[in-house]
Ligand binder design. Structure first.
Ligand code: GLY
Length: 258
């Protein structure tokens, strides 16, 4: 599993509640979101990464979900083109930031569109979800960039998989050839050869977790999934995510790790 030394994060802006959401969990409380974001940052530091902290950007209420703006690997960096029109401008400041760390940045161009939340890295392979935010053209462009850098990729259509905003809303790679996956996604042959850890009904939000070096960051409040991961021997860091969940965001969305 890739080791990470850095993570880009951006605290939510005061108008965070004006962002996009498809869930009906109430209005997020800004102050609580800030506290939860700070705990998330502290957890990343505990995992051994240095933080690159961008300023909150009220022009883009969803911009705390930095993961959607780029795909970062040890061999290449690709600026995405987020599929929601209100988010497409988020790539400008991310490109400026990443130019400090990568000699070359590739970019997905229209009519392609792609959100980083639809891209799941499984060692040297990338699984790319075709969703309402990521189209075939965007997935094909990303595959070309990744293939040129020596990675393989495959595409999976999740548009009929109800309840998933992004591919990674329903699946996480845990390392050790293991995938944490919701029942709605568990069928496809793409997952043959992996050990699947299934996510029980009503705990689907917990499917989005992130392995960062020796730790697994995991959403608090989902005891069945937590017990499974605990039994498998992971070093769990449990984080309160209620305010981000209200805005359709998960743990992976809040950072770009590289
Ligand atoms: N609120 C996260 C998104 O919809 O992109």
């Amino acid at each position: 599993m890739e080791m990470f030394s850095k993570a880009i994060v951006r605290a939510p802006s005061e108008n965070f509640a004006d962002g996009l959401t498809s869930v009906d969990l109430g209005v997020p409380v800004f102050e609580t979101a800030l506290v939860q974001h700070r705990s998330y940052c502290e957890a990343l530091v505990r995992c051994g990464v240095s933080l690159i902290e961008l300023n909150p950007d009220p022009n883009y209420p969803d911009s705390t979900f930095v993961e959607d703006t780029a795909i970062l690997t040890e061999k290449c960096a690709v600026i995405t083109l987020p599929g929601a029109p209100s988010r497409s401008g988020e790539i400008l400041s991310m490109s400026e930031t990443l130019a400090k760390y990568y000699d070359k940045l590739a970019s997905v161009e229209p009519p392609g569109m792609i959100d980083g939340g639809d891209v799941c890295q499984i060692d040297n392979h990338f699984l790319i979800g075709i969703s309402d935010r990521t189209n075939e053209d965007g997935a094909r462009q990303l595959s070309n960039f990744l293939n040129a850098a020596g990675f393989t990729s495959s595409h999976i259509d999740i548009r009929d998989t109800c309840g998933l905003l992004h591919l990674k809303s329903g699946i996480s790679y845990l390392g050790e050839n293991r995938l944490l996956v919701t029942n709605a996604l568990a069928g496809p042959h793409e997952f043959d050869g992996f050990e699947l850890v299934d996510v029980p009904e009503a705990e689907e939000y917990a499917a989005n977790c992130i392995r960062v070096n020796d730790y697994l960051l995991f959403a608090a409040g989902f005891s069945k999934v937590r017990n499974k991961l605990d039994t498998l021997g992971y070093n769990l860091i449990e984080l309160e995510m209620s305010e981000f969940q209200k805005m359709d965001g998960g743990l992976s969305c809040l950072s770009l790790r590289f």
